[in-house]
Write a protein that binds this ligand. Structure first.
Ligand code: BGC
Length: 741
């Protein structure tokens, strides 16, 4: 009775606007959001203080309490962002040893970003969301959208590159795809977590323009367009306060400016103070490193900042109950959106459809960086013998890298993929070439590979060169790996160069065989002192379960590469703003000021007139494209007008392929310094040989605005603008001029 009465009161409150209708006894329909709010208030009104506090902190490594008495389920989280983490023990990172938790490993987010195809992001989100749902997880810890500030960041492979516009366009469909499954996407790591060195201590200082124009847009898009139901606070500090308890980030920006109504989850161990965690907008605390978490004391979770210390303050009246209510409301809303949504689908796990999705994304993301003499695709009619050289041809890459490590149902290596694709059409010989990391381990999972090889580098090189000399093609497969100090959480790379003496080996192979193809498996840019000596280079990323298949299909020309770089490949570190003038890495004081400001990636290269090794947006195809003359539908615009930029693009080669047409905006008369140009539109267009299509990209006021920090708003100033139409940030094919009035 009491229960029903309360529901009625709540409904009455929410339905003020429908009051007239109700008086005339007409049926009242609540929309989904109103229903959820009614249920949230109802549940909250029945919870004890203890039950509320239990909800706002972890009860195990990846779960938090529900309220059994009221039928409110627990919350179960999972990493993210490339596949569903294997089940771990209750209070440990180690494996639970299940036999039915081997997931589909999807390509790394750098690869997804390199597709420049929001449809691929939607497919990715849908597929990984289905896997999370099937495994009964209601929060997926991903995707990550921290901006690529330095090529040394060990976690760049989990993010979507250097450009806020590209990352925004790709993150939204990923989130929507995940959440269709009744699983919350938890976007991470909010904010300014752009390095792993000192990640728990570094205090980032960045001016407001840079914050709003570079580091926040992808998070904003995730919240305001993707409607993300959760967001993860970062480890680092921002202007003196840890991100997980940062008033400005969590309250002023996230809640007040963006109207976020989801849950703020701390990164694992990201909370450092009870009072700040209570008052500054955090909702859930996870992974705090109290003694119990390493030594297994049974009440470790009660010691969390938002556990007993919080309860004590509430009980004594020192903190008002409304503080915990705010958090619980957000958490209950998440529960009703996910686990308590009775119409959510059942999900699916490790299915052929997910293999197919992973393969398609991997294929579309691979970036052909160089292809002199059309060495690629491999001509199987002419080739009798193909040499495959390099550790990454055989090394499992799904294990390692930190929290994104996966227990994959299968992982096809590049060598196996190539062998399977070529079959008996040519002889394939393999040589190791170099020895990097002989095994991979993470959280009690091991790759099972023992790649140890005692030969000296000289002996390995000699064998590789000999094999290379005898072959028609040499496919060198190297790059980085998921070992600490490479592409891995917890540390940054020591240098831009390739590890394990690969440079010397590549140079020796280039001398031995003119048909050398270098395949880079990495999530980061690398230096290429040998770039002029090697005719063909392909960036193949970490591409998950289907890595081998996807790579083989691109190499043999079954698939025409169509990816473009989501970040700049600099020639040297000093060509990167963060290294040239920024404080990276400020290990002494831990106070790091992003002195390069807005000038990240190509914005820095443009401003300093530096020619990158490979520019942002670059990527070749096995066919060629010709751009016609760009036109606009108007010459001036104002207010809510939009301008349409059109350009005909023709496939002038012999194969079907896709081109990514990019539009960069240049503000010719600004009162504040602006980057030379900024990406504001793009479109991937598929063309058959000889086919021509007109690509039209629409720009509005947002595309022309900058963030005026004095006025604290986005402004567009009257004056001339240019839209530069390019096949990369450095290859501008045409431009149009227009005026904002
Ligand atoms: C990482 C997060 C991850 C969490 C849980 C942290 O160390 O920074 O990205 O989701 O662990 O594994």
């Amino acid at each position: 009775m009491i229960h029903q009465f309360k529901i009625k009161i709540v409904l009455a409150l929410i339905l003020v606007s429908s009051a007239m209708q109700a008086q005339h006894s007409l049926p009242v329909y609540l929309d989904d959001n109103q229903l959820i709010e009614a249920r949230v208030e109802d549940a909250l009104s029945q919870m004890t203080l203890e039950e509320k506090v239990a909800m706002v902190h972890a009860q195990s490594k990846f779960s938090s309490a529900g309220v059994r008495r009221l039928g409110i389920p627990e919350n179960w989280m999972t990493d993210g962002p490339h596949g569903i983490r294997a089940e771990v023990l209750w209070d440990e990172w180690d494996q639970a040893g299940w036999t039915n938790d081997s997931c589909m490993a999807f390509p790394a987010l750098t690869c997804l970003a390199a597709t420049w195809n929001p449809e691929m992001a939607a497919l990715y989100g849908k597929s990984i969301g289905e896997e999370a749902r099937y495994r009964n997880k209601n929060v997926l810890l991903g995707p990550g959208v921290n901006i690529y500030r330095t090529p040394l960041n060990g976690r760049n492979f989990e993010y979507m590159g250097e450009d806020p516009f590209l990352a925004s366009c790709m993150v939204v469909p990923y989130i929507q795809g995940v959440q269709k499954n009744g699983v919350a996407a938890c976007v991470k790591h909010y904010a300014l977590n752009n390095q792993e060195v000192d990640r728990n201590f570094v205090d980032v200082h960045v001016d407001d323009r840079t914050l709003y124009e570079i580091y926040l847009p992808a998070f904003k898009a995730a919240v305001t367009e993707g409607n993300a139901w959760a967001i993860m606070g970062a480890y680092n500090r921002f202007d003196g306060q840890w991100a997980c308890q940062n008033e400005r980030l969590l309250k002023t920006i996230l809640r007040d400016e963006w109207k976020f109504d989801g849950v703020v989850v701390s990164d694992w161990g990201g909370v450092n103070d009870t009072k700040e965690a209570i008052y500054n907008g955090l909702d859930m605390e996870f992974g705090t490193w109290t003694d119990g978490l390493t030594s297994g004391v049974s009440n470790a979770y009660d010691n969390y900042y938002l556990a007993d210390p919080f309860l004590k303050l509430l009980r004594s009246g020192a903190v008002k109950e409304e503080e915990v209510d705010k958090k619980v409301r957000n958490i209950l809303r998440l529960v009703f959106r996910t686990t308590m949504n009775r119409s959510r689908p059942f999900g699916s796990f490790s299915t052929p459809e997910h293999s197919e999705a992973g393969r398609r994304i991997a294929e579309e993301g691979m970036v052909l960086l160089k292809n002199d003499r059309q060495v690629l695709p491999i001509n199987l009619i002419a080739a009798k013998k193909i040499a495959v050289i390099g550790e990454n041809a055989i090394k499992m890459m799904t294990i390692g890298g930190g929290s994104s490590s996966l227990k994959a149902r299968y992982e096809q290596s590049p060598l196996d993929g190539i062998k399977q694709r070529i079959g008996s059409q040519a002889e394939i010989v393999y040589a190791r070439g170099y020895v990097g990391e002989v095994s991979a381990k993470q959280d009690g999972l091991a790759s099972g590979q023992d790649l140890s090889d005692d030969r000296t580098p000289a002996a390995l090189t000699a064998e590789a060169v000999q094999v290379a000399k005898s072959a028609d093609y040499v496919i060198f497969i190297g790059g980085l790996n998921k070992h600490e100090g490479q592409d891995c959480e917890g540390a940054d790379r020591a240098s831009l160069g390739l590890p394990y003496r690969q440079d010397q080996l590549i140079q020796a192979l280039a001398k031995a065989n003119k048909n050398l193809v270098v395949i880079l498996i990495s999530g980061n840019a690398v230096a290429m002192p040998w770039v002029k000596e090697v005719p063909a280079i392909l960036e193949a990323w970490y591409s998950g379960s289907e890595a081998g298949n996807a790579l083989a299909r691109v190499l043999m020309g079954d698939v025409n590469p169509s990816g473009k770089l989501p970040f700049t490949f600099p020639v040297q570190l000093m060509d990167v703003g963060a290294h040239s003038v920024g404080d990276y890495p400020e290990t002494a004081t831990k106070d790091e000021t992003y002195k390069e400001g807005l000038f990240v990636g190509y914005r820095w290269a443009d401003q300093q007139k530096i020619q990158p090794l490979f520019p942002f947006g670059h990527g070749l195809s096995y066919t060629t494209f010709a751009y016609g003359k760009a036109t606009t539908d108007k010459k001036t615009l104002s207010g809510t007008d939009v301008i349409k930029i059109s350009v005909p693009v023709k496939n002038t080669g012999k194969r079907a392929g896709a081109e990514i047409v990019q539009v960069y905006v240049s503000d010719l008369e600004a009162s504040l310094p602006r980057p030379v140009k900024e990406l504001k539109g793009f479109q991937k267009v598929w063309l058959n040989p000889g086919e021509e299509k007109t690509v039209t990209i629409t720009l509005d006021k947002n595309a022309l605005s900058f963030f005026d920090d004095k006025r604290h708003e986005w402004v567009v100033e009257p004056g001339q603008f240019e839209a530069l139409i390019g096949s990369s940030s450095a290859n501008i094919q045409g431009k149009v001029t227009f005026e904002w009035k």
